[in-house]
Design a binder for this molecule. Structure first.
Ligand code: TLP
Length: 344
């Protein structure tokens, strides 16, 4: 049975062009800075983001952590959303490995942080307090319905942070989804922030890797942090080669994933037993609730038996993510499976 795997866009398989590029990649030792394919990917990423420099890292989690370590020292404080990936899903790495104290503010459903609350959370210089050093934004916002943060919001948040001497890091794991959804150049979205991590291995379908971008000075610090975390890879051009294909060939097609997510949401809204706010489907992530007494896990198990994979993210809440390899016909098939799964 062919599975329709909607658990995440991390499950994407590399494209045939990626496999070819990986097989043929010219490589060198990247810890010496001598892998031409890694260097080319990094130059390309920096240019696309409009930043001075870039660094290939193993994952989004590593990209966020090296960025936090490059911006903050032990005892410094980072302002984060309570639904952000850096706070919820990264094992508290900023605290456990970096000694960085998270100051947690509630995320609004659109992924933003209230800027009055951010301003109030910034610490005055006082011996009792940690030093506020960093504001972390997430774009698109995974737990907030895949919502994209607008250029205007990012600029306002960054202006505020900079006014108080804080740096701003963007967890842009899905920044290209944001740019496509908003119809803006990705450069515009990241221009105000000091650093950004984006993932090659999610909607862009590369098998491994994320890229951190920022100033040359910041990237030198991030490179040191990557090394101490064991992320100094050697002939990493094998990975970078797929990343170059991802950036060249896989960005524009994200619009198909967004259209498929919308179709899925509209279909789910028609099925008795589920509740979904179709207005809150912004990109490739769909959250819906089971409202007829079944638990999310029960529906997930039933759907799996019929070949459709999704993730329970709460007692009654399910997440489905569209991506490369999922076609419009798969969405129709998944809708049939969800309809059967929720029937008595
Ligand atoms: N997100 C994964 C899971 O960890 C939840 C997913 O399936 O969505 N930032 C954001 C916004 C993310 O969604 C993720 C991965 C990461 C960072 C971490 O990336 P990786 O998995 O490469 O460490």
């Amino acid at each position: 049975m062919r599975l329709i795997d909607l658990r995440s866009d991390t499950v994407t398989q590399p494209t045939p062009a990626m496999r070819r590029a990986m097989a043929e990649a010219v490589v060198g030792d990247d810890v010496f800075g001598e892998d031409p394919t890694v260097n080319r990917l990094q130059e390309m990423a920096a240019a696309m983001m409009g930043k001075e420099a870039a660094l290939l890292v193993t994952s989004g989690t590593q990209g966020n952590l090296v960025s936090i370590l490059a911006h903050c020292g032990r005892g410094d404080e980072a302002i984060v959303g309570d639904l952000s990936h850096t706070y919820l899903y990264e094992q508290g790495g900023m605290a456990s490995l970096g000694g960085v104290h998270p100051r947690v503010l509630p995320n609004s459903p659109d992924g933003t942080l209230d800027l009055a609350q951010v301003e109030a959370a910034i610490r005055p210089d006082n011996v009792h307090f940690p030093r506020s050093r960093l504001l972390i934004l997430e774009n698109t916002h995974n737990r907030c319905y895949g919502a994209p943060l607008s250029t205007e919001y990012i600029r306002a948040a960054t202006d505020l942070a900079h006014r108080y001497g804080l740096k701003v890091h963007m967890d842009g794991a899905r920044i290209f989804n944001a740019a496509i959804a908003l119809g803006v150049d990705v450069k515009e979205l990241v221009a105000p922030v000091d650093s950004v991590t984006f993932c090659l291995s999610k909607g862009l379908s590369a098998p491994v890797g994320s890229v951190v971008c920022g100033s040359r000075e910041f990237i030198e610090e991030a490179r040191r942090a990557r090394k101490v975390l064991g992320g100094g890879m050697r002939q990493a051009g094998i990975i970078a080669a797929a990343g170059i294909v991802a950036l060249t060939e896989m960005v524009e097609r994200l619009a198909d994933d967004h259209a498929n997510a919308r179709r899925l949401a509209e279909g789910l809204a028609q099925i008795d037993g589920y509740a979904i706010d179709v207005e809150r489907v912004y990109t490739n992530i769909v959250y819906f609730d089971v409202v007829n007494g079944y638990t999310a896990q029960e529906i997930v198990d039933r759907a799996r038996e019929a070949g459709v994979l999704v993730l329970p993210v709460g007692p009654y809440r399910i997440r489905a993510v569209t991506h490369y390899g999922i076609e419009a016909t798969d969405i129709e098939e998944a809708l049939d499976v969800f309809e059967q799964a929720v029937k008595g």
